[in-house]
Write a protein that binds this ligand. Structure first.
Ligand code: ATP
Length: 362
């Protein structure tokens, strides 16, 4: 088992750069997720780790070894793909034994290891069945057992849950996480589903157009997105254009004009001009009574009741509507459409980007 290091890696298809200067480290035993929209380069990065692709520039390390030219079968990796890729005519047990047979593992050991892997994925009771009439979730468990039975140093998973229905995805992702923790195996996981990434990962790398936008824990990425792309891709954000004017004092404070009100915020660097505030819907507070401090007013436009939460679209001005989320309330506390409301944006929780959305100012 080892850490994986990308050292200024670039991968091209023709003139198009699919991986743009990847420079990061995946720690030993870590559950590391590559997350981003379709075409952002997730699979290309994963396939470079697997050795299916060779990068044109930069080095790839497993631990302290450069493995640029080490073929896939010598990289000691287990893989799970979206389409299961299991053998339909073999029994579950034979499927799991396949990689051990190829490695000429003695029969007794092979049997013990296959049973142990099946136990881990909770499939022992189906070991003599053939997979063709089994559910997608069960087939994916076979694929997972087959990947871990060879005791790889590294587990690579490319959208393993995409073919499963929503409920099963939630169950399977916690099973995958449990197996990964039990084996303490370095795992690289590809998904375009931000909720899945938040749920399973130790750390997430958010990618866009071949470039890594941010690498951090799920909680850090959610609370402190490093640019507007990340704030928009992970969770829901309200973006409000504001004016920023440095106060000229030593604290680096700036006056920020938000929808006709003005607040003072300490900025990370000197900046004046247009800015973009990013606010999570569940951080904003609505109230029917006028709060003590400065507040905005708005009108509730739509109310969407979702059981454990209620989502409101609130109009603040002719061209600004925000989304606000409240946890379950007593029915008589819910707001109704058309209602005038006071809004506390809770700017202490907000992120302020520069006008380009590329840099965090606050
Ligand atoms: P998806 O979620 O849709 O699978 P992805 O994030 O995994 O997308 P990649 O498959 O890594 O993205 O593709 C990254 C870029 O490289 C895309 O622009 C894609 O069109 C291009 N690309 C990927 N594989 C090839 C290939 N074999 N030949 C040419 N271009 C490719």
């Amino acid at each position: 088992m080892s850490a994986i290091v990308f050292d200024h890696v670039n991968k091209y298809f023709g003139n198009a750069r699919a991986v743009d200067d990847a420079h990061f480290k995946i720690e030993e035993g870590e559950f590391f997720t590559l997350l981003g929209p379709s075409g952002c380069g997730k699979t290309t990065l994963l396939r470079t780790i697997a050795g299916f692709y060779r990068q044109e520039e930069g080095n790839l390390y497993f631990g302290s070894d450069i493995i640029n030219d080490v073929p896939t079968h010598e990289r000691n990796i287990g893989m799970v793909f979206q389409n299961y890729a299991i053998f339909p005519h073999m029994t579950v047990f034979e499927n799991v034994c396949y990689g051990l047979k190829a490695r000429k593992v003695p029969k007794d050991e092979m049997r013990a290891r296959a049973l142990e892997a099946l136990e881990m994925v909770e499939l022992s009771h189906l070991k003599d069945r053939v997979p063709s009439n089994m559910s997608g979730g069960q087939q994916q468990r076979i694929a997972l057992a087959r990947a871990i039975v060879i005791r790889p140093g590294l587990l690579l998973m490319d959208e393993p849950l995409s073919n499963l229905d929503a409920k099963l995805r939630v169950k399977m992702r916690s099973d995958i996480r449990r197996v990964q923790k039990e084996l303490n195996i370095t795992t690289v996981y590809v998904t375009h589903d931000q909720e899945e990434a938040l749920a399973v990962s130790d750390r997430i790398a958010v990618l866009n157009e071949g470039r890594i936008q941010q690498i951090a824990t799920p909680a850090e990425i959610y609370a402190y997105p490093q640019n507007r792309f990340v704030a928009n891709f992970i969770g829901t954000s309200n973006f409000i254009t504001v004016s920023v004017q440095m106060s000229g004092n030593e604290a680096g404070e700036a006056r920020v004009g938000v929808l006709g009100t003005e607040v003072t915020l300490p900025l990370a660097r000197a900046y004046s001009g247009e800015g973009v505030l990013s606010l999570r819907p569940e951080w904003i507070k609505l109230s029917t009574d006028r709060p003590a401090g400065p507040s905005l007013t708005g009108t509730v436009e739509t109310v969407t009741y979702l059981g454990e939460k209620t989502v409101y679209d609130v109009r603040l001005s002719a061209d600004t509507t925000i989304q606000v989320q409240e946890h379950a309330l007593e029915p008589d506390q819910a707001k109704h459409s058309g209602q005038m409301i006071y809004i506390d944006l809770r700017l202490e929780k907000a992120t302020l980007f520069d006008g380009s959305g590329e840099e965090v100012l606050y």
